[in-house]
Design a binder for this molecule. Structure first.
Ligand code: M6R
Length: 615
């Protein structure tokens, strides 16, 4: 949830820490801080708010130390304040930490009873006091770090620096991701690769239970805590693919929305192949084996990934006939689901590959002997490493907290999974088309997405009408239902307007009571002949209660929905199974423009973080 970075080398650490923290800010941005081990006296600077504030505050200091740590925080224990910002310290030790120490209360009471004085409300401070106490008892650094780890419960990682710069920088991975990066002038360690500067040529994802001692001369030693001995690991050359910035775009979110046609084009070119003169869907052999052997698919995910999962269920069941269950990961892990190793395949959907609840579901399945498949964006993430097979989203790095291009990739891949599993005759019977025709249409979708992006003026007009509203309802049927959920999530997440998504058929079962004069209702209309008339009836029901009706539908049915709408957007026509891929774009733009009109920080919505590595 928080971002951490450390550097030990021959160059001044400070510029790297600040730059790295800016890149990590998407993980948390309540407060930030750095500690640099200057000869003689370590210097700590902290600030509440973004890393830009921290940079301002640091500008008055000239720091040249080559060993330092930095942190950008998403508060779990204690309000965002300078006292609670990291680094925390005790004696000569400084720590930055990501994750949660679950037995913090007990540890704190014991430490306080023993005379330690706490200056923050953080669980982090317990770790550094424990290590300092161990050192006072005669255990040398860094052994003192190792000695206290059995006392800590939870999933976390931390970096600890000693005031004496000749001591190593210590990194501990107990469940929250950490990577090493090496370059000609030193070694970096951070929560993710984006924090590394361009100088880093090789990287190494650390494993759970690794403890690393990093020295300023570029040497490092990885100790496996489970094996109790040094672990030999090989650095891999860093791919510079996807090194980024906002470029000419005002926000990452907008850039990421605009990147979608190109991203989809690349993804489809990789997954739809012409073999023996026929188009077919291809994944890695492990993924294909896992999918083909499944008699029941269990999808889990959180937030946007969960919404993608619902669409996946609809598509896979309809096209392939394989039963699919979909769960919110935090429910799945505690609701005692019945898992069948002989029938089930657990599919985890996670952009980051680090979401705590999703990983817990993955581990539960593995323990039950159920094969697992991860659809994940971050290569080398925990989900990627722990699942039996992986299908990468290949969306490139996503910095906006609101998931956009990764959602599009998830729903594209799940549609491809459905097509991969679909028997030819069933496809023809359901869709009235051959696999070849369907896949050729799929390959044209990036073009339709491009066209949809150009409808931006229509979307901004709708967004402008949302500036003053306090509630927006989204509704859709079939594949448009998960899109209604997602459209509502996007809007609430970044514009702070209360928004809910409903299945069109549910309207009369409750949500209609919320409709009164001027309440915006956004209706989604895939070009599905069975569903359009039903949606139009739902729309009229809201209209007669005074709704401000916005419809987003396929141009093929424009004459049905446009006349009954206060505002409408007609999207390029396509097969109903592809429509959510097209309609996702205006829904994302709608949330984006509304939030911009309201003057909010689109890329860093309040209270949220990109990667939810705690329960
Ligand atoms: O990394 P994940 O896909 O596992 O993240 C799951 C959710 O936290 C995420 O989709 C969240 O809902 C998005 N910020 C919504 O835009």
């Amino acid at each position: 949830m928080c971002g951490i970075i450390g550097y030990a080398g021959s160059s001044p650490a400070l510029p790297y820490l600040l730059k790295g923290l800016e890149q990590l800010e998407y993980r948390g941005y309540d407060s930030a801080g750095i500690a640099v081990m200057e000869k003689g006296e370590p210097r700590v600077v902290k600030s509440v708010g973004s890393t830009a504030r921290l940079r301002e505050k640091v500008s008055g200091h000239s720091l040249s130390g080559g060993l330092g740590i930095g942190h950008t925080r998403w508060a779990t224990h204690g309000v965002p304040s300078e006292a609670n910002a990291h680094p925390q310290s005790s004696g000569p030790l400084y720590i930055v930490h990501n994750g949660i120490i679950e037995n913090e209360r007990i540890l704190r009471s014991e430490l306080e009873a023993g005379g330690e004085v706490f200056l923050s409300e953080t669980d982090t401070e317990t770790i550094v006091h424990l290590v300092n106490r161990a050192m006072r008892q005669g255990i040398a650094f860094p052994e003192a770090v190792r000695s206290i780890l059995p006392l800590l419960e939870g999933s976390y990682s931390f970096l600890m620096a000693h005031a004496d710069p000749s001591e190593p920088l210590v990194a501990v991975h107990r469940g929250a991701p950490l990577l090493l990066g090496t370059c000609s002038h030193g070694v970096f360690v951070a929560s993710d690769m984006t924090a590394f500067p361009g100088d880093v040529h090789s990287t190494l994802p650390l494993e759970v239970d690794d403890m690393v001692m990093i020295r300023s001369d570029g040497r490092f030693e990885i100790l496996s805590l489970t094996q109790g001995k040094e672990r030999v690991a090989t650095l891999v050359s860093r791919s510079h693919h996807g090194v980024h910035g906002k470029g000419e775009y005002p926000h990452y979110m907008f850039k990421e929305i605009c990147e979608q046609p190109e991203m989809l084009d690349r993804l489809l070119a990789k997954r739809i192949r012409r073999e023996d003169g026929r188009l077919s869907v291809r994944f890695s052999s492990e993924a294909e084996r896992a999918l083909s052997s499944a008699r029941r698919i269990r999808i889990v995910g959180c937030g946007t990934s969960f919404h993608a999962g619902i669409l996946g269920k609809y598509r896979i069941e309809a096209l392939s006939g394989v039963p699919v269950e979909v769960d919110v990961a935090s429910e799945f892990r505690y609701r005692e689901p019945i898992l069948d190793p002989d029938a089930d395949l657990l599919v985890v959907l996670t952009q980051s590959g680090e979401t705590a609840d999703t990983l817990a579901a993955l581990r539960m399945a593995r323990e039950a002997g159920v094969p697992t498949l991860a659809l994940v964006n971050v290569e080398g993430s925990t989900a990627d490493r722990e699942a039996d097979a992986t299908i990468l989203l290949e969306a490139g790095p996503e910095f906006g907290v609101a998931a956009t291009k990764t959602f599009l990739s998830q729903i594209a891949l799940l549609t491809l999974v459905a097509l991969f599993l679909a028997p030819d005759d069933r496809l023809r019977e359901k869709e009235g088309r051959s696999r070849e025709e369907i896949l050729s249409d799929f390959l044209k979708l990036p073009m339709l997405l491009d066209k949809t992006l150009s409808l931006s003026t229509g979307v901004t007009a709708i967004a402008r009408s949302f500036i003053e509203v306090s509630t927006v309802l989204f509704m859709g049927r079939g594949g448009d239902f998960p899109l209604a959920l997602e459209g509502a999530l996007k809007l609430k997440e970044i514009s702070y307007i209360h928004a809910e998504g409903y299945a069109g058929g549910e309207l009369k079962h409750g949500p209609l009571a919320l409709v009164e004069k001027g309440v915006p209702v956004v209706s989604l209309l895939s070009p599905d002949e069975r569903l359009v008339p039903k949606m139009v009836s739902n729309m009229k029901e809201t209209l007669s209660r005074g709704a401000f009706l916005v419809s987003i539908g396929s141009e093929r049915f424009q004459e049905e929905f446009s006349p009954v709408s206060s505002m409408s957007l007609s999207l390029p026509d396509c097969l109903p199974m592809f429509f959510p891929l097209v309609s996702a774009v205006p829904l994302q733009l709608l949330a984006y423009h509304t939030a911009c009109f309201k003057g909010f920080d689109v890329d860093r919505p309040r209270n949220l973080a990109k990667s939810v590595t705690v329960e």
